[in-house]
Design a protein around this ligand. Structure first.
Ligand code: SF4
Ligand SMILES: [Zn+2]
Length: 384
């Protein structure tokens, strides 16, 4: 039996040659780690932030404001260095030699670029990982950002991984900036999807615990859901994300649904370039909003759908002709929460989308049956 199996493995090569298995992230990161790639990636100045911009936002009490978003260049997410989520391209802004002095300089530069946060009542500080993780960001720098924003009356949003939201650290954060918002990339409220589609590194149980810990510390909970992770069909993405939204909204102060936008050199980028993955249709987002509207409209939870790179080939898109109009309606809905934003929206491509959803749901095929798949139709349906 053993010999037969080895012979079979040798013949097919499919089951490996007995050496330690190569993990998917090694394969994906391999080209990223070539000397040329590293030098290009690390050519940036560590004393300058990656991006700083202002956008319209809503304060905790529901009034409109301007928010500054500051994306810093840091050592990056501990999880990414170990393994990393299948869709995360934040590594382009990280490097393991960023010092505390660099981060202080980046913060000063961010203030200079925004004229000392002129006109802003909210600041979002994004560090490509967990803001309050001490290996990623020096605690003295965390402390300065928390205190300074609090003393200046600026609402603060930071990001974190669920398993790093432990009571001790959250109490430390809350003491320095009471009531700030912690955004967690939950992506999917389903352990199988978290593990096999997202490679997220934590479970739904851990996320629920982190929500309890945040509430205990008096901090606000913002939850990100990812619409259409890799290896998922359009039909499943629509049904599952609509369900998850209904489940996580009652536990969160805010839910932001992020339709997949493909970042370079990630796992999802690989399957996208191989024509095995299409970013979500904008029609799916409209359908999800319409399905969940009644359920979440009366809750205190604010939901936002923001199609980053909407209408582009690497972001959520339809047929090109109707993209701008549908993206605008989705953006308007996030502010007005009024379904009339979608009234009268139509296009020829809606039929194609509808057929794809019906096919995906009637004959489930891994990765879906969209027209963009490169394989022959017969092979797609036969795929295990
Ligand atoms: S936890 Fe966040 S920062 Fe880290 S790899 Fe995943 S998506 Fe990227
Ligand atoms: Zn169209």
């Amino acid at each position: 039996m053993g010999t037969d199996r080895r012979a079979m493995e040798g013949a097919s090569g499919l089951l490996g040659d007995g050496k330690k298995a190569v993990k998917i992230h090694h394969l994906v990161k391999a080209p990223e780690n070539s000397p040329q790639s590293i030098s290009r990636r690390e050519s940036w100045d560590a004393t300058k932030p990656a991006t700083v911009y202002k956008t319209p936002e809503m304060l905790q009490d529901g009034t409109s404001c301007t928010a500054a978003t500051v994306i810093l260049r840091t050592r990056g997410c501990v999880w990414w260095w170990k393994s990393g989520c299948t869709f995360c391209g934040y590594f382009n802004d990280v490097r393991d030699d960023v010092t505390a002095n660099d981060l202080f300089a980046q913060w000063e530069e961010s203030k200079r670029l925004t004229n000392d946060f002129e006109g802003c009542k909210m600041v979002k500080v994004y560090t490509s990982g967990t803001f309050f993780e001490d290996q990623e960001n020096p605690p003295e720098w965390q402390e300065m950002v928390l205190k300074e924003t609090y003393e200046r009356g600026l609402e603060l949003v930071v990001e974190a991984q669920a398993h790093l939201c432990n009571p001790e650290k959250l109490a430390w954060v809350a003491k320095r900036h009471p009531g700030c918002t912690v955004a967690i990339g939950l992506e999917a409220y389903d352990d199988t999807v978290l593990r096999f589609h997202c490679n997220k590194g934590f479970s739904t149980k851990t996320w629920r615990q982190s929500v309890d810990n945040l509430r205990e510390a008096g901090l606000r909970v913002k939850t990100y859901l990812l619409f259409k992770p890799p290896f998922m069909s359009e039909g499943d993405a629509l049904n599952l994300t609509s369900k998850w939204l209904g489940q996580v909204a009652p536990l969160s102060d805010e839910v932001s649904i992020n339709p997949m936008n493909i970042q370079k050199n990630t796992v999802v980028d690989r399957i996208f370039r191989n024509r095995e993955y299409r970013p979500p249709w904008l029609w799916s987002l409209v359908e999800m909003i319409e399905r969940t509207h009644d359920q979440i409209i009366d809750s205190d939870c604010r939901t936002i759908v923001h199609p980053t790179a909407g209408g582009r080939i690497r972001g959520a898109h339809n047929c090109k002709k109707c993209d701008a109009e549908v993206v605008a309606a989705i953006e308007r809905y996030s502010v007005s929460r009024d379904l009339r934003e979608f009234k009268g929206l139509d296009c020829e491509c809606k039929k194609v989308w509808k057929t794809e959803i019906e096919n995906d749901l009637s004959l489930p095929v891994p990765m879906g049956q969209g027209r963009d798949r490169r394989l022959s139709r017969v092979d797609i349906v036969r795929a295990p």
